[in-house]
Design a protein around this ligand. Structure first.
Ligand code: COA
Length: 387
């Protein structure tokens, strides 16, 4: 990865779709010292169902002078951005392309919230769960949260501590949607969205884009690029659509599978000792706690204790979501996985903002991006050095 760029996340009525894409593409191209004409192939992660333009690759080919290069629009629910990274990574690794631009973009606020929430709900199991029960995502994750609390004794305050941490770091991230610190009392006072999840347990509805540029080893050598990180491995898992087909509600099988693959390929046996930090999919606070366990940062049933004890702040057992996570940075669905890749680039190259730079000792960073409620999970390990 030789370049990375990020737009400001939030309510972006000030820009249209191509302008929002360019906000992250421009700095990514500049970091890589490339012009659009140098790109061999580009991938766009975008759901787009709530916004005006669906042909984003072609819109950007026109706007950014990328035509007639090949392109692809990719979708994997909330893991869309990581699926786009996967397509770019496999294109480079297979030798089909030397330089690939990967863009994630979503402009969710072009539709009213109730429509957006209903459309996200279609990424569960429409026939069994949406049409029959009207389940949308806060409801899905409320099921996970209540099952987890009942099984392990976690409290609403424990969930709230995840939000407090992520707002703490979001306040230090100039690209975040919410740049305000909160305390547990604020979380507890918030209105219930779906019990036990309250407003501050939820990620918001967001407009934003993120971009990374991937290059082959040959190109990296030819261009003499010094500022770069490597994709060491990527694991991908798929879960059942219908929740009733799953064995349990307190863990995501697709995440455990993806992590196992990614760890094996990158030679990671002890993630807490071998990684410097992680970005995990905290679409709801309970999702971050389940991720700690699915990724092996602690034993099963102990994730909430990491939150309770503040072990995932910088200086703790392992820093997690020190860019604010989906909770405070925002969750523009197609852009989220790419935004995580941008954060890995910044952290490993020690370019993160003041107060949110982790200690880089091992030179390895993990990203965990979940689509649906574990319908798809991508776990990617990035490294400062090639393996
Ligand atoms: N956290 C904190 N504050 C939030 C927030 C969040 N997640 N979402 C909205 N707010 C704030 C807004 O800034 C606004 O504050 P203001 O009145 O001071 O301006 C206020 O709450 C109302 O915002 P609004 O956008 O009208 O909220 P809403 O009630 O329509 O939607 C949720 C709130 C939580 C229901 C909605 O954001 C949601 O569904 N989030 C989950 C999205 C999702 O499922 N993504 C996929 C996950 S896999």
């Amino acid at each position: 990865m030789i370049g990375a760029g990020h737009s400001v996340f939030g309510t972006r009525r000030d820009v249209n779709i191509p302008e929002l894409c360019w906000e992250s593409m421009k700095p990514a191209l500049e970091k890589a010292n490339l012009e659009p004409r140098d790109i061999d192939f580009f991938v766009v992660g975008n759901l787009g169902i709530w916004s005006s333009e669906l042909a984003v690759p072609s819109i950007m080919a026109e706007y950014a002078d990328l035509a007639p290069k090949g392109s692809m629009r990719v979708e994997a629910a909330c893991a869309t951005g990581s699926a786009a990274v996967r397509v770019g990574y496999t294109a480079v690794k297979s030798g089909l392309a030397d330089i690939v631009l990967v863009l994630g973009i979503e402009k969710m606020q072009e539709s009213p919230n109730p429509s957006v929430i209903e459309l996200i709900g279609r990424f569960g199991s429409y026939f069994w769960e949406f049409e029959n029960f009207g389940l949308t995502f806060p409801g899905y994750y409320a099921l996970h949260a209540s099952a987890y609390m009942m099984k392990y004794g976690a409290t609403e305050e424990d969930l709230g501590k995840v939000a407090v941490k992520n707002h703490f770091y979001g306040a230090k991230n100039p690209f975040a949607q919410f740049r305000k610190e909160i305390d547990v009392a604020t979380v507890m006072k918030g209105p219930y969205v779906a019990w036990p999840l309250k407003l501050f347990d939820c990620s918001p509805i967001t407009d934003g884009s993120a971009c990374v540029i991937l290059a082959s080893e040959k190109k990296v050598k030819e261009m003499g690029i010094e500022e770069k990180i490597w994709i060491l491995s990527q694991g991908v898992g798929t879960g059942t659509a219908n929740l009733s087909k799953r064995e349990e509600f307190t863990s995501l099988a697709s995440a455990r599978y993806a992590a196992e693959q990614a760890y094996k390929l990158a030679g990671i046996e002890n993630p807490v000792k071998q990684l410097d930090g992680a970005n995990v999919h905290d679409c709801f606070t309970i999702a971050e706690i389940m991720a700690y366990e699915d990724l092996g940062f602690c034993k099963r049933g102990e994730g909430y204790k990491l939150a309770r004890e503040g072990q995932t702040y910088i200086g703790g057992r392992i820093p997690v979501n020190v860019d604010g996570g989906l909770k405070a940075k925002g969750h523009p669905i197609g852009a989220t996985g790419v935004s995580m890749a941008v954060e890995a680039y910044k952290q490993l190259l020690r370019r993160a903002d003041k107060g949110r730079q982790a200690d880089i000792k091992n030179g390895r960073w993990l990203t965990h991006n979940v689509g649906g409620t574990g319908h798809y999970t991508y776990v990617t390990i990035y490294g400062l050095e090639k393996r």
